[in-house]
Design a protein around this ligand. Structure first.
Ligand code: GDP
Length: 366
């Protein structure tokens, strides 16, 4: 990643490691390169690339993940030097999306993004290196960066890939009305919805469990057929609401990938309340908050939804860091999804922030 200061580069590299772990990899080592501009040939430059090759040999790594976006020629040149598969940040994120996409629309969005990424890189795929390193591309267990469209799809020529992309776009457009109906019915039944947003690894799914574990889970046959990341629960005074987990944000999200989470993000724009979960144990929580808000700014309606900032992982947070964040985010709630600290208080805050049916007044403008 090309950044101005070394500390920022290191945080970004740690994040990349967390993402790789989310994708199911074991991270062995990190190599940092300082340059004015990326090397057009090998991205890192010959000397650093040779050093990286030595690290790969020593550790027995089977994949190199680069924190940036590689041109197809740079990826091939690096692979020639390090002799293992090279994956860039975008491919890694796409891989995580592919693992997490559950809904029909989510899957279609992710495949579309994968094909968009693949199209200009077509020559580099299916070469001897990725076969040797990853086995059959697209097969289960082929490893990071190769999940997704199966081998036959990857070997389609550009025209057929474009055809597939057009078909996916049509399918996605056709799915929109179904989503509208779902939303309309939610509004008709006046069940308020809470969307949990936040950075990858901030503890969103842990918090979803902590909140619904402490509250009363409502089992409902209709709801059981919906996305498993949506739960129904109740406020202490008995009002029902939904809690939805969303796909984690990442810093410097490649812009072409924003569409791939659209279905999840739309949920955030449509919610009555956002729980913005932040890892208070992270060295730069402010940076994470800013990153999430920067992406939410692109989601229609999301900036208008009331938000509660939840500082999670209180059990391992540095008190000074927490103080710094709280000076800016005055109403932030400090919790630990692990120890349960602050969860009761958060449930009360959620209850207070949810719209009360019958008490709100809709103002209709002429
Ligand atoms: P998500 O990616 O945002 O859904 O995050 P997860 O819920 O998967 O949590 C990411 C990591 O943080 C996991 O290893 C969790 O065990 C850990 N974690 C979550 N909440 C807490 C917490 O309150 N305290 C500590 N120490 N770790 C936590």
């Amino acid at each position: 990643l090309w950044s101005r200061d070394a500390a920022d580069a290191e945080i970004s590299l740690r994040e990349l490691a967390a993402l790789a772990e989310t994708a199911g990899s074991q991270v062995l080592d990190g190599v940092l390169q300082r340059r004015q501009t990326p090397d057009p040939g090998t991205y890192l430059g010959q000397g650093k690339a040779a050093q990286l090759a030595a690290v790969v040999q020593e550790t027995g790594a089977d994949t190199v993940v680069v924190d940036g976006e590689l041109a197809p020629s740079q990826r091939r040149a690096l692979e020639d030097i390090v002799k293992v598969k090279v994956v860039d940040r975008t491919a890694l994120i796409l891989d995580i999306f592919a693992q997490h996409a559950k809904s029909k629309e989510g899957k279609a969005q992710v495949e579309l993004a994968q094909l968009e990424y693949l199209l200009p890189r077509l020559r580099g795929w299916g070469d001897s290196m990725s076969r040797q390193a990853g086995g059959q591309v697209g097969s289960a267990g082929a490893g990071m960066g190769s999940r997704g469209p199966g081998e036959t799809k990857i070997e389609l020529d550009r025209r057929r890939i474009r055809g597939r992309m057009a078909k996916l776009r049509r399918e996605i457009a056709a799915m929109a009305p179904a989503r509208e109906t779902k939303r309309a019915s939610r509004k008709r039944h006046a069940v308020p919805s809470v969307a949990i947003v936040g950075y990858t690894n901030a503890g969103k799914s842990s918090l979803l469990n902590a909140l619904t574990g402490a509250g009363v889970l409502v089992e409902n046959a209709l709801f059981a057929t919906l996305d498993p990341t949506i739960r129904r629960t109740r406020t202490p005074d008995g009002r029902t609401y939904t809690l939805a987990d969303t796909v984690g944000f990442v810093r410097n999200l490649p812009h072409q990938l924003v569409e791939a989470f659209r279905s999840t993000l739309e949920e955030a724009g449509d919610a009555d309340l956002l729980l913005h979960v932040v890892d208070a144990g992270h060295p730069d929580p402010d940076g994470q908050i800013a990153a999430v808000r920067a992406v939410l700014a692109d989601v229609p309606g999301a900036m208008d939804v009331p938000e509660i900032v939840v500082l999670n992982k209180a059990d391992r947070a540095d008190p000074d860091t927490v103080d710094t964040v709280r000076r800016r985010e005055k109403d932030a709630v400090l919790v630990s999804a692990h120890t349960g600290l602050g969860i009761e208080h958060l449930l009360e805050r959620v209850a207070a922030a949810l719209p009360r049916p019958g008490r709100t007044v809709d103002v209709l403008l002429p």
